[in-house]
Design a protein around this ligand. Structure first.
Ligand code: ADP
Ligand code: MG
Length: 272
């Protein structure tokens, strides 16, 4: 990876005009959202309380999470391990508000987010959470650059985006340069290697300057060298920029890159 200072600079640049995020519910104590508030420093960046989730298949109910309590501190890199089918992706999707729990709460900076209206959750996901997945989930018809610009288009609306598109494109290109992808700006995902697709997905996840990066088996589809490269990028983002990361993986070797490891077993969190 290139110079981490460039990465830091690109990420810290305010790309979208800064507004207080709209995901805050009216009942939320404002103090919990001030980053330099001493009280807020003790509040976990992300926390689940008694999280439960089961899936229904016809008449059968499959319990997956049976009361998950986990905390992620600001600036922490947490790895969640567990066997295949243990509920790792389910947990990550719940943390990222892609799905709703049956019971329990998810708190982001002390504010409950699992029960927000859909529109507020969309904004939260767009601005506060970056996500990467085993199969990248890049938009196949978009170029690498357009994929990274997509969250800015969503955040700013067509008019705002068009007004600022040059600045946005410059910033997205700079971010892609830090991922070693300057020579792939106009390529579509099918023209990229797995490692390149994941680096593009990381750039897309970072472009809004998220508070948390959620990674679901980010090296699961990569060869060893490309996988190591992705883990090195995640570790650099965590060390250099204090980015909070939650990575789920079935691979203990990958998990050892993190500050702390927990395991999902029988629907609950265990210390490792
Ligand atoms: P992991 O990521 O640890 O492999 P998942 O969270 O994907 O596990 O899945 C946990 C369990 O829930 C598995 O038994 C899986 O088959 C089931 N499951 C996951 N998603 C669904 C769904 N949308 N509908 C029904 N069952 C599901
Ligand atoms: Mg999974």
């Amino acid at each position: 990876m290139n110079d981490p200072r460039v990465l830091r600079e690109a990420r810290s640049r305010s790309l979208v005009p800064t507004r207080r995020p709209h995901y805050v519910g009216a009942t939320v104590p404002a103090a919990a959202l001030e980053p330099d508030d001493a009280a807020a420093a003790e509040v976990p960046r992300l926390q689940t309380v008694g999280l439960r989730k089961s899936y229904r298949k016809g008449q059968v109910t499959i319990p997956v999470l049976n009361g998950v309590n986990v905390e992620v501190r600001e600036g922490e890199f947490l790895a969640v391990i567990g066997a295949s089918g243990s509920g790792k992706s389910t947990l990550l999707h719940l943390l990222g508000t892609l799905d709703s729990p049956d019971a329990g709460e998810i708190r982001f900076d002390g504010c409950r987010v699992d029960n927000l209206p859909a529109r507020r959750r969309d904004i939260l996901r767009n601005r506060a959470f970056g996500m990467i997945f085993q199969f990248y989930h890049l938009l196949p018809e978009f170029t690498t650059l357009e994929n990274v610009l997509a969250p800015l288009m969503i955040a700013d609306g067509v008019v705002g985006y068009l007004r600022r598109r040059r600045r946005y494109a410059d910033a997205a290109k700079e971010l892609l340069a830090t991922m070693g992808l300057s020579h792939r700006l106009k390529h579509r995902p099918r023209e990229l290697s797995g490692g390149e697709m994941q680096r593009a997905a990381i750039a897309r996840a970072l472009v809004m300057g998220p508070q948390v990066l959620l990674a679901d088996e980010p090296t699961g589809n990569l060869d060893r060298a490309a996988g190591r490269d992705i883990l090195r990028i995640l570790r650099t983002l965590n060390h250099q920029q204090k980015l909070t990361i939650v990575m789920v993986t079935h691979d203990l070797g990958n998990a050892e890159e993190a500050d702390r490891i927990v395991r999902i077993c029988e629907g609950r969190i265990e210390k490792v």
